[in-house]
Unconditional design. Structure first.
Length: 570
């Protein structure tokens, strides 16, 4: 059977042999190049999705902290500590805070029994909220609540769309008087629309073209943004993502052929005592991820096929040229067989056939060399394309990391980068007992600046103060913005007495640098040196923050610490 399949003619065998060689060379090349490119592309896309999810999680966490901080700081103002709960000044104060952030739907102040004593638009005024989790938790400390539907406010707000329930995130803080006694709870409801605005800020401009999707998932692995998703959609759990091998896709519970490359990043809890346990999940369809791979596979497949056909044609021509002298010799043999005499064997004829054979083989080898060069050039272009895309992804990762670690208004390190440096200094202190000091700074009466001159002027004040802070410390020191108008200065290898000199220099420089149109700006500061008894990096910061509040209580425009019982003042 096998012998019947083998061609009997010389030129047919030559054509079949060269066709087999082209297949043996082309098929492994096709498989190798496409597989290498596929693995590299999957790795790059996965890194990109991880960076995108981490960036979105960071922005959401910072937004939650800012909202929590606004409520916390407002609850500590003089009005809320001292004014009677029936004072008419509360509602204007609440309305101003609501206008400062478009997604605040309701802000209110309750007494200790849970009765609303002041509220924006007078919604729920006089109502009892004693059973609401934000009131019960807010009586004991700062509280950030998980996403929930509106209950008491559902009939008062006009934001319901297409019959969908209104959903909020709650922020609450206790209100104490000057003696430390609880007066009530200050709370706000932020409309869930803010999640869309936050994700839009980090969503790539070509996300639709790339079919990129971003989701916010709660602790029960339920999608809470976007809303109205299909019920059959199942988000991969963190455990499933952790045990995924490189290049694997996940089914999201939809059609069997609908698989996605998936990445996940946890959202840092704004209040450790009430963890939300949210995370951001980014995905991209398999068919979109592998579009470039399939296009390259088609190109290589066509190139291999065309090369095979060229090999076959060249083999047939070469075999035909090689068989001519044999055929001529056969004819001469037949002539002799039939009795023809005087048959001459032309020696020059034999040399001519050998020359033609040499030319044919040379042509074949030239074609093989050309095919090899073409394949090498194609491979080089492929490697250059992969390197270019890798470099672009690395540049985007660096840019995203920079945006996630820098305050966009002042150019200073943001809270994340500041606390990373604080962690490094604390580890260095534990290892080698190299001291460092922490300064907590806050602009005095900054809220009045925003109220009297507008937020644009307030931003200018923050930028100028940030400039003064940068110019007033050493290169090894770090100054970061950790809140709205709150800054932290980290002074390595600096004991508390020297830190107080730096703090006084900063305070005087700010006070002596008028900023138009506001005029003189002052700051209050708290200073604290790390101690051997400190169990974490946060201890010195907490003490410095307490000294900051002591400076505020002592009249502002001063520095307070354990070495300055009478706070330094200008």
């Amino acid at each position: 059977m096998l012998s019947e399949l083998i061609p009997r003619s010389f030129r047919s065998r030559m054509a079949a042999l060269f066709g087999l060689l082209s297949l043996l060379v082309g098929l492994p090349t096709y498989l190798y190049v496409s597989e290498v490119y596929r693995e590299q592309l999957l790795h790059d896309r996965r890194e990109y999705l991880n960076a995108l999810a981490n960036s979105a999680a960071t922005v959401i966490a910072e937004n939650l902290v800012e909202r929590r901080r606004e409520i916390e700081l407002l609850a500590q103002t003089t009005l809320y500590r001292r004014a009677p709960l029936d004072s008419p000044e509360f509602r204007p104060s609440l309305e101003r805070l609501k206008k400062s952030y478009p997604h605040y739907s309701w802000i209110g102040l309750t007494d200790t029994d849970g009765q609303v004593r002041a509220a924006t638009s007078d919604h729920l005024l006089g109502a009892s909220v004693a059973q609401r989790p934000w009131f019960q938790q807010g009586r004991h400390g700062i509280f950030t609540g998980d996403l929930h539907e509106a209950l008491l406010l559902a009939k008062l707000l006009q934001e319901q769309a297409q019959g969908q329930p209104i959903r909020f995130i709650d922020f609450a803080a206790p209100v104490y008087d000057d003696a430390g006694a609880l007066r009530g709870v200050l709370a706000s409801h932020a409309h869930w629309h803010w999640a869309g605005d936050v994700l839009q800020a980090v969503r790539p401009h070509n996300a639709e073209e790339l079919a990129l999707d971003l989701f916010i998932v709660n602790r029960n692995n339920e999608v809470i943004y976007p809303e109205n998703i299909p019920a059959q959609l199942k988000v991969p759990t963190p455990e499933q993502l952790r045990h995924t091998q490189s290049g694997h896709f996940h089914s999201w519970g939809q059609a069997p052929d609908n698989w996605y490359l998936t990445a996940s990043a946890a959202i840092k809890n704004p209040v450790p005592s009430t963890p939300l346990e949210w995370r951001v999940v980014a995905r991209q369809p398999e068919q979109t991820v592998l579009t470039d791979v399939r296009a390259l596979q088609q190109v290589i497949l066509w190139a291999t096929g065309l090369a095979g056909m060229a090999f076959l044609l060249l083999a047939w021509i070469g075999a035909n040229h090689m068989s001519r002298p044999l055929e001529h010799l056969t004819r001469i043999a037949h002539r002799i067989q039939h009795g023809e005499e005087n048959v001459l064997f032309d020696g020059d004829f034999d040399a001519l056939e050998l020359q033609r054979l040499s030319h044919a083989l040379q042509g074949m080898y030239s074609t093989l060399a050309a095919q090899k060069d073409s394949l090498a050039q194609s491979n080089h272009r492929l490697e250059a394309k992969v390197a270019e895309r890798t470099a672009e992804l690395q540049r985007l990762n660096v840019e995203l990391d920079k945006q996630a670690r820098t305050d966009t208004l002042t150019g200073l390190p943001n809270r994340r980068q500041t606390y990373e440096r604080l962690e490094e200094e604390f580890v260095r202190f534990q290892r080698g007992h190299e001291p460092y000091s922490v300064l907590m700074l806050d602009i005095d009466f900054f809220k009045k600046i925003n109220d009297n001159y507008g937020h644009a002027t307030g931003d200018i004040v923050l930028q100028r103060v940030a400039q003064v802070l940068r110019q007033s410390v050493r290169d090894v020191d770090l100054v970061g913005r950790v809140g709205g108008e709150e800054f932290m200065a980290l002074l390595p290898m600096t004991r508390l007495p020297q830190a107080l000199l730096v703090a006084e220099k900063i305070r005087q420089t700010v006070a002596n640098t008028p900023i138009e149109p506001v005029g003189q700006i002052t700051i209050s500061m708290g200073a604290q040196e790390v101690g051997v008894a400190d169990q974490s990096k946060d201890k010195a910061v907490e003490l410095a923050d307490e000294w900051l509040y002591q400076a505020k209580k002592s009249g502002r425009n001063r520095v307070a610490s354990e070495l300055t019982p009478e706070a330094t003042t200008g």
